[in-house]
Design a protein around this ligand. Structure first.
Ligand SMILES: Cc1ncc(COP(=O)(O)O)c(C=O)c1O
Length: 437
């Protein structure tokens, strides 16, 4: 009998303890979590302070209907508004994960357009390379081929713009015309579907695991948002992976100096101590939906008091220990060491990213940027070998675009962990190179 997970996987391990930046197997093997789980954990594992507030809240306020206020909810809302959210995003809707929060964002965009008398504006544009979650709608509209397999006949189709991908720009790698090319594509897609039919563009400001820390050409997002505004199309930023300091900014939209109409964040919001995520919007959007008398329905476990208490405690730790301020220098050191060690490596096409979200793209042919065959499952081999060496790396890519290793360690790592990550990657990539040469 297969005990766990639902389908067998190569990586099955039993983890019996997690502490700081490390996981420990049943056999006592120590693994550095260079992935922060699923790029979730920012403050390190096993903090008693967070566990205490979870316990207290579970006893004090076990379950309270989501629309009611509780002290745990109130404190989290204050924390978010006073210290984290861009000031124009005043309205907060809480859910339990990134997919749910993205679904809420899409519903809000559609309801907003309907509430202002534009029900025909109902297309949600997404990007060719993207991941927004695992519900049916998010699976359908994401640009992630591997996670749609076997369901293509059922899923809603994605209406996409091209994801700016400087390394693989059709004009040529890092072509100076890349920004113009991708902005033209946005304009063409809007023209194709008709602005009058489009509610919003849903995008990750920086690709998470779908592409591994892909940044668009400089200045792309500011101009892209102008085009959206001219066409009366909302901008929805999925910061599920990038939110709460991951790229060195509270949210990556701040880095680009853009103002999304709706923003989503999850993962780092609770560092994995509880299941919680948020959909944040402007007053204008929320009031319009409210005035029309529409409902923004909650999930039963949304805003569970213990989850709010956990998130509030995590966010306070991030501030008190100034952990977000450490992300930029730590990330720069990690990236520099990776570049020194691997830039010339024949299998490494690019080392990219900012802060503690870094992607390393692996290819068979560095010159022509040709990937290994999908059947070789190079990423899986890298992750397995990394684990053997005592480092958990995160797999990236969509199947179509593949063999990307993501790094997203907790913000508490130090020099020792940085060296271990770099040395392990060198060992693992040398191993792959010897095997395929
Ligand atoms: C950018 C992004 N959006 C959405 C999701 C989905 O979040 P969840 O798995 O919590 O539903 C993820 C998860 O990896 C993500 O990285």
């Amino acid at each position: 009998m297969i005990k766990w997970p639902y389908l067998p996987q190569d990586l099955g391990l039993e983890i019996t303890k997690s502490e700081g930046a490390y996981l420990y197997t049943k056999e006592g093997f120590k693994i550095l979590d260079a992935a922060g789980g699923a790029v979730v954990n920012n403050i390190g594992y096993g903090r008693e302070e967070v566990a205490e507030v979870i316990k207290e809240s579970a006893i004090n306020n076990t379950y309270v209907l989501p629309p009611f206020l509780t002290p745990e909810r109130e404190e989290l809302l204050d924390e978010l508004r006073d210290h984290w959210l861009p000031p124009h995003l005043t309205r907060i809707h809480l859910s339990s994960g990134g997919s749910e929060a993205n679904e809420s964002a899409v519903k809000m965009a559609i309801q907003y357009q309907a509430s202002r008398g534009k029900p025909e504006k109902k297309i949600i544009l997404t990007r060719s390379l993207s991941y927004h979650g695992t519900t049916l709608n998010m699976s359908g509209i994401s640009g992630h081929a591997a996670r749609k397999r076997g369901m293509e006949s059922y899923l809603p189709g994605a209406k996409t713009i091209e994801t700016p991908y400087p390394l693989r720009c059709p004009l040529g790698s890092f072509h100076p015309g890349a920004k113009g090319y991708y902005l033209d594509n946005l304009k063409k897609v809007i023209q194709h579907y008709g602005a009058e039919n489009i509610a919003a563009l849903l995008m990750e400001p920086v690709n998470g695991s779908s592409g591994g820390a892909i940044y668009p050409p400089e200045g792309y997002w500011v101009e892209a948002q102008k085009i959206l505004i001219e066409n009366d199309i909302l901008l929805i930023a999925d910061e599920v992976m990038t939110g709460f300091g991951r790229t060195g900014f509270k949210f990556s939209c701040e880095d680009y100096e853009i103002k999304p109409d709706i923003m989503i964040a999850g993962k780092g919001m609770s560092s994995g101590y509880a299941a919680i995520s948020g959909t944040y919007s402007t007053d204008k959007i929320a009031n319009s939906i409210m005035d029309a008398g529409y409902l923004v329905m909650f999930h039963t476990f949304a805003a569970l008091p213990l989850s709010c208490a956990a998130a509030n405690s995590v966010l306070q730790i991030l501030r008190r220990e100034k952990l977000c301020e450490k992300v930029t220098p730590l990330g720069a050191r990690l990236k520099q060491k990776l570049t020194d060690a691997l830039d010339e490596h024949p299998l490494v096409a690019e080392i990219r990213g900012k802060g503690l979200l870094i992607g390393i793209e692996i290819v068979k042919d560095k010159e022509k940027l040709i990937s290994f065959d999908e059947q070789e499952r190079i990423t899986d081999q890298i992750i397995s070998k990394g684990l053997e060496e005592g480092v958990l790396l995160y797999p990236g890519g969509t199947g179509e675009y593949r063999d990307i290793v993501c790094l997203g360690p907790p913000y508490i790592i130090g020099e020792e962990e940085i060296d271990l990550i770099v040395d392990t990657l060198v060992k693992v990539l040398n191993h792959i190179q010897v095997k395929y040469n």
